[in-house]
Design a protein around this ligand. Structure first.
Ligand code: SF4
Length: 123
């Protein structure tokens, strides 16, 4: 509970920092320096908003992670790694998915929580 209050107090400052980083993107070691707030795109081809391919309870992980109701998994498109052996190539490199706003992404997470998922996992 004390942690929650601390987090909520820090949230506006964290948001400012995140937006500043997005405006000259250095979110990952690629350091593309594009302005993602204007939906300019760097190596990962992701603009202002996330692109989600699919989401749902996932049972393909260790039992301790999936429990009875699954791990709440969200598949983002446009991975910045570009591994040649990627098993999700159509998602990670071809970008099969739909752009979602921050509110829509939050709604997806709450929906997964509502179905009983034990955690939220982003792939
Ligand atoms: S690959 Fe994407 S996240 Fe990484 S620095 Fe470039 S634009 Fe930012």
């Amino acid at each position: 509970m004390k942690q929650d209050k601390k987090f909520l107090k820090e949230l506006p400052e964290r948001l400012e920092m995140a937006l500043e980083i997005l405006s000259n993107c250095e979110l990952c070691p690629r350091k593309c320096h594009v302005n993602r707030l204007k939906s300019d795109k760097g190596f990962c081809k992701t603009g202002r908003n996330a692109v989600v391919s699919s989401y749902g309870p996932h049972f393909g992980e260790e039992k301790v992670l999936v429990g009875r109701f699954g791990s709440g998994t969200i598949f983002f498109t446009h991975c910045n790694m570009a591994c040649v052996f990627c098993q999700n190539y159509d998602i990670s490199q071809l970008g099969k998915g739909n752009e979602v706003s921050a509110q829509e992404l939050a709604d997806i997470m709450l929906e997964l929580q509502g179905t009983g998922c034990h955690n939220i996992k982003i792939l």
